[in-house]
Design a protein around this ligand. Structure first.
Ligand SMILES: Nc1ncnc2c1ncn2[C@@H]1O[C@H](COP(=O)(O)OP(=O)(O)OP(=O)(O)O)[C@@H](O)[C@H]1O
Ligand SMILES: [Mg+2]
Length: 423
């Protein structure tokens, strides 16, 4: 079988890595891929991102399954396009992907189907938004309705910050169409976790739980990033929390979408916030796997990923069982100097040719140019390792980091600390 993976990050490298372990998979194309996928003889990078050109490529190459990493192609309707050309693809349609591509759509959906989430109101004009902030006070959360590359959410600790965010989005139109509508919601307190499932429209297959670290610096301070590390499982998701999430969030979401005439096929990611009293609310939906959570999750997957996704795409997920390694996997992201504001590119990366068992270095912002591996983005590598405990996985990941070097590399030294505190 031939598989096409769309995307260029650590998540897509991990997907390709796992898919390549299937005896059914004969070739894997990654569009556009990165330096790491280029260097692996099992993969072939394809320099395409336009969805029409990707569909032409998949037709010409008779691709048996296409898997999508990031949200952008989903919001552009890649699944609808591929399906109209009778190409087998796993992911949500453009309408279903609104769960991620429109925060307003997601909030109205949750409200309609009684799915626990923060209290909210949606605004298109600044006067009303400012007035609402004056009434509600701070802290309060302002969210651009559309996709804004992870920059569209402002957790305002003061009313001034909230008013500034409204001016930024609704008056100065800094996010363009993505910020022409905003959701203002209640600030929730608790610990965050990521909960992902695979769904074929009817059957739900939960993936292992995980937690990521969004802030740049140790102890969760500094600016927000795309994610500086993650681990699986997340001890904060106790058995009790797990069944709450399935019953109060995941099932109602999948059933609600089907009831609304927009059946959901794909990866569904519920961003959770778990309060001290054990109550769980949905912070957001993503319609794809998380990055860097995918790296540790797939490291723990024992089952054949191709088998799972191929059957899911055909609507036959009920025939699939999923098996996990009981150990913990932990990923530490190595970012380039200046990340997240102004990542420095084109630094040469040196990786020792030394294999450490139960570990893998997934590439993200890397490129292979003039016979050199160079940094080409903010998040460069995700060093991932398995261990019998969170502590062991953590020590091993940091041991592997010692085999990697590039100028200005920055990484957190405390990935997993919340899980250690929870144990
Ligand atoms: N109601 C809330 N109360 C407190 N914090 C919140 C709330 N909503 C969002 N946040 C914080 O802001 C972060 C980003 O919010 P959200 O997940 O909605 O945005 P996003 O841009 O879609 O994120 P991602 O890039 O992970 O998909 C959350 O991870 C959480 O830390
Ligand atoms: Mg999101």
């Amino acid at each position: 079988m031939k598989v096409l993976v769309i995307g260029s990050g650590g998540r897509e490298h991990a997907m390709a890595w796992k898919l390549s372990q299937s005896s059914k998979v004969k070739s894997i194309f990654i569009a556009p891929g990165n330096g790491g996928t280029h260097l692996n003889p099992k993969f072939k990078n394809i320099d395409l991102t336009n969805i029409n050109l990707l569909a032409d490529f998949a037709t010409k190459e008779t691709i048996d399954l296409t898997v999508i990493g990031p949200e952008l192609p989903l919001s552009k309707g890649i699944v609808d396009l591929f399906k109209s050309k009778k190409l087998n693809i796993f992911g949500p349609t453009q309408r279903a992907a609104q769960l991620e591509s429109s925060k307003g759509f997601a909030k109205d959906f949750m409200y309609r189907h009684n799915i626990p989430t923060a209290k909210y109101k949606t605004f298109k004009t600044s006067d009303e938004a400012h007035q609402y902030i004056n009434e509600q006070g701070a802290p309060i959360v302002i969210k651009a309705d559309g996709l804004a590359s992870g920059k569209g959410v402002i957790v305002a600790m003061t009313e001034k910050e909230a008013h500034d965010a409204i001016n930024f989005m609704l008056v100065d139109n800094k996010f363009g169409d993505a910020g022409a509508k905003v959701v203002i919601e209640e600030f929730l307190e608790g610990e965050e976790a990521s909960f992902m499932v695979i769904c074929d429209g009817k059957t739900i297959l939960p993936l292992a739980t995980s937690q990521d670290h969004k802030r740049l610096l140790d102890r969760d301070i500094g600016p927000n990033t795309g994610g500086m590390g993650a681990y699986s499982p997340a001890p904060v998701v106790t058995e009790e929390v797990y069944s709450k999430v399935i019953n109060e969030i995941i099932h109602p979401t999948i059933h609600g979408m089907a009831k609304d005439g927009i059946p959901f096929t794909g990866f569904l990611y519920a961003g959770l916030i778990i309060a001290k009293n054990g109550n769980v609310k949905t912070l957001e939906y993503n319609c794809r796997m998380g990055d860097p959570e995918t790296q540790p999750i797939l490291m723990r997957l024992k089952s054949d990923l191709f088998e799972i996704l191929y059957n899911a795409a055909l609507g036959q997920l009920n025939s699939i069982k999923i098996e996990w390694d009981s150990r913990t996997a932990l990923a530490v992201v190595l970012a380039s100097a200046g990340y997240p504001e102004n990542p420095k590119l084109n630094d040469e990366i040196y990786i020792e040719d030394r294999l450490i068992p139960d570990s893998y270095i997934f590439h993200a912002g890397t490129i292979f140019k003039n016979n050199k591996l160079l940094t080409s983005g903010g998040r460069v590598l995700a060093v991932t390792a398995l261990g019998n405990s969170i502590k062991e996985a953590q020590s091993k990941a940091y041991e592997v980091i010692n085999t990697v070097k590039f100028n200005g590399a920055q990484y957190r030294k405390d990935i997993g600390y919340k899980a250690l505190n929870n144990n």
